[in-house]
Design a protein around this ligand. Sequence first.
Ligand code: DQA
Length: 155
Amino acid sequence: MPDTIAVIHGPNLNMLGQREPAIYGHTTLAEIDAALSARAASAGLRLISVQSNHEGVLIDFLQNEGWHAAGVIINPGALTHYGLALRDALAALSAPIIEVHLSNVYRREPFRHTSVVAPIATGQITGLGWRGYLLALEWLIAERENTLAGRGPGK
Ligand code: DQA
C-alpha cells in the first residue's frame, strides 16, 4: 500500500464556502480534499481525510489511521485553542504534523493567538487560505523524498 497522508478537519470546517467567506474564503472542504488527493496521487501517496464537529471522532481517527501515516495535515478549527485531548492524540504520533489555518489567527481575536497544538506540531501555516493545505502537502512530499533519498530532514 502506498504511504498515506492523513488530513484532519475540525469543527465547523464542513461549512467552508458558506461560513464567513470574507474570513475563510469560498472554497469548499470537498474542493480542498479533491485538490489534496490529486496532488498526493501525483506523488504516489494515498490521502485519507476526516472532518468532524466532535473531538472524540478526530481522536478515534488519529488512533486508527494516524499511526500508519507518513504525514499529518490538521486544521483543528477552534479545538486549536483548547483541545488538549486532541493535542495528546497528535503528540503520540511519530509522523510530521503540519497545523494549517485558513485565516491568520494572529491577526484575529486574542483567544485565537494560543494554539495547544503548535508546540507538538512540526510546523504551522496560517493565513494563506486553502492553498495553505497544499503548501503543507508539498512540504511533506519533499521531506519524504529527502528521507527516501537518504538525506536528513529539512535538507
Ligand atoms: C481556523 C481558525 C480558528 O480560530 C477557527 O476556530 C476555525 C478556523 C482557520 O482555519 O482559520 O474554525 O482554524
